[in-house]
Ligand binder design. Structure first.
Ligand SMILES: [Zn+2]
Length: 447
């Protein structure tokens, strides 16, 4: 890469406004060195971006292998729990090699949608039955390599998953997930090395999956490293009921009692909360990761994101089960769900929704230097066409509103990660046929 690269955007969202004729210069180290609005026409040699440039988007909650379930789980009826049985059958089939192939294709799909960093909530650690691979982190390494091949950043949220429920040993499927106890989890997780494109964080799968007395081991591990700590929280009322029966407190209270909440922690879903739970989460500045397309797909319910945000919790967004991978859809669903629930419009501005998809999402994954178009930030951005059948018409100054409320993933034309062009004219530069890559990889793990 030359020492300085120039990108020129006809329009760019520089929080909170849309600027025009924006010149973005990037150092050889992949950082933005200047963002200049009203810079005049594109200089010779600059890479000309399409439409509206946004900071790169962060997919703050992913289970890459769930992508293999798309479509097949839309037949018949059921609940979260029947969906989970199907999901476990796919998990049983994965090996480090097939997961590398699948995750590369899934992360390439994310890149095409404007996503430049993924938080992979990873619990498929061991071989079926719990047998250790020669490298006990072979599966996590496959995910880190997959992100590299797809050209995006990853935070591997290595997940502690020890039990099937309160006081229940892991079931047949879950033996792959378990390290035995939190100390053994910590020892294994400690041996994964970060890379230039990969950072390591921790996760508690849920209060169902980590016994209460072991929660603080995971929290401490993350605290010592100042690493992100994620946890599935109260996605289902059954979790709340089981937790109350076992501990006489809600899952949120249990996490609070064991030092899991705080500004480096992301509570994923946070759907079924009491008023006291909302207060504990928001007053501790715990990030709330909403996954609206998955939550509606799994008939979870609508969480109190608005109240949590007003109380002090940043909001991030994730595509979780990958029923669809489209950060615009996640962002607008946050607002549109609230409209349906309250019969009122305008709970979140387009800028606030974009902030959740970019800056706050990156921060929740331990990339606080990404997700903004400003000097010193990582040169991660994406460009959305404003002349497609979905986005044509509105004036450019309403580009943020147009992108959030009308664009979809296929309107993304360019994606730049660390100054490197990963997507050009809607084509992935490293995985040329992402559809074919997905089809092949999914066939391998489902037949
Ligand atoms: Zn999840």
């Amino acid at each position: 890469m030359p020492s300085v690269t120039q990108f020129w955007a006809p329009h760019a969202w520089i929080d909170p406004v849309v600027e025009s004729d924006v010149l973005i210069t990037v150092s050889g180290e992949g950082r933005i060195t200047a963002v200049t609005p009203d810079s005049g026409p594109a200089p010779a040699g600059a890479t000309v971006l399409t439409g509206l440039t946004l900071p790169g988007m962060a997919n703050a909650h992913s289970h890459a292998f769930h992508r293999a379930l798309r479509g097949t789980v839309q037949v018949g009826s059921g609940t979260f729990w029947t969906w989970r049985d199907t999901m476990y059958r796919t998990a049983d089939a994965l090996t480090p090699d097939s997961y590398l192939e699948l995750a590369t294709a899934v992360y390439a799909e994310m890149a095409l949608a404007g996503i430049t960093a993924v938080g992979e909530f990873h619990y498929l650690h061991h071989a079926p039955g719990g047998t250790r691979y020669a490298d006990p982190n072979a599966m996590g390494e496959a995910l880190i390599e997959a992100a590299s091949r797809a050209g995006i950043r990853i935070t591997l949220l290595d997940t502690c998953y020890l039990s099937a429920g309160f006081g229940e040993p892991p079931n047949r499927h879950q033996q792959r997930f378990s390290d035995g106890d939190a100390e053994a989890w910590a020892a294994r997780a400690s041996s994964i090395e970060p890379r230039a494109h990969a950072r390591i964080g921790a996760a508690v799968h849920s209060v169902r999956a980590v016994p209460a007395e072991q929660l603080s081991t995971v929290a401490q591990w993350a605290g010592e490293r100042k690493a992100p700590l994620h946890v599935h929280l109260s996605e289902q009322t059954a979790e709340n009921e089981a937790c109350l029966a076992a501990h006489r407190v809600t899952p949120t209270q249990l996490l609070s009692q064991h030092g899991v909440l705080g500004p480096r922690t992301s509570a994923v879903h946070a759907t079924h909360l009491t008023d006291a739970d909302v207060k504990l989460l928001s007053s501790s500045s715990t990030v709330i990761c909403m996954c609206p397309t998955t939550e509606r797909d799994l008939a979870d319910g609508i969480g109190p994101a608005r109240r949590l945000a007003h109380g002090g919790s940043p909001i991030s967004l994730g595509s979780d089960s990958h029923a669809v991978i489209d950060p615009f859809e996640e962002a607008r669903a946050l607002e549109l769900n609230e409209r349906l629930a309250t019969q009122q419009r305008g709970h979140w501005t387009a800028a606030a929704l974009l902030r959740a998809a970019t800056e706050d999402g990156h921060a929740s994954l331990g990339w606080p230097e990404a997700g903004r178009l400003e000097r010193g930030a990582l040169a991660d951005f994406c460009a959305v066409a404003l002349d497609t059948p979905r986005t044509a018409g509105p004036p450019a100054r309403l580009g943020a509103e147009t992108a959030v409320f009308a664009a979809n993933a296929s309107d993304v034309r360019e994606v730049i990660v660390g100054g490197r062009v990963v997507v050009r004219d809607g084509v992935h530069q490293l995985v040329p046929d992402v559809g074919a890559a997905l089809a092949t990889a999914i066939k391998t793990v489902t037949t």
